[in-house]
Write a protein that binds this ligand. Sequence first.
Ligand SMILES: [Zn+2]
Length: 193
Amino acid sequence: MKPSIRRIQAHLGVSADGIIGPQTLRAISQALGIQEIPTWPSQSEVRNGKSIFGAPGREDSLVSILPAYPLYFEEQQVRSIRVHRLIAPHVQQALREVLEHYGREEIGRLGLDQYGGCYNYRPTSTGNALSMHAWGIALDFAPRGNGLKVQAPRATLSHPDCEVWWQIWEKHGAVSLGRERNYDWMHLQFARL
Ligand SMILES: [Zn+2]
């Protein structure tokens, strides 16, 4: 016999209403040690300015975070990085997980400490619409080996040793243009395509 949803809910300590809603799902994930993958708005939702990320170019929605390991922007170490406040905990946690998995030496070897920036009020490379960078919800890493038109397997971030790097970001709901579209491998964003 299938255990009733209400019994599972009672066991998890959430209100036993028999409905599998967000609260129950969260409790199940927690009980099983599964991290929920957050669902971020789509690019078009972000661009209409009515998503949780608000209007573009709003510097007051950005916060500064201290990265878990040193990041370098054009050879200069950056003290902190400025990202949209809603993605900040995810960026911080993802970088912690990257450090934990790879360690400093491997991070350096793979260029995962080469930072290409986040907030930038600018259009996309085609110039037709605002880039997700204009909301501070896109980050670029290892720009040198991962230029806009560099495809796999030339793009260094497409190599198998970067698989875990992407798995970590994807666990936080971020999207890689490289993994999804095979261009701009440096770029990841907290908006669906
Ligand atoms: Zn980018």
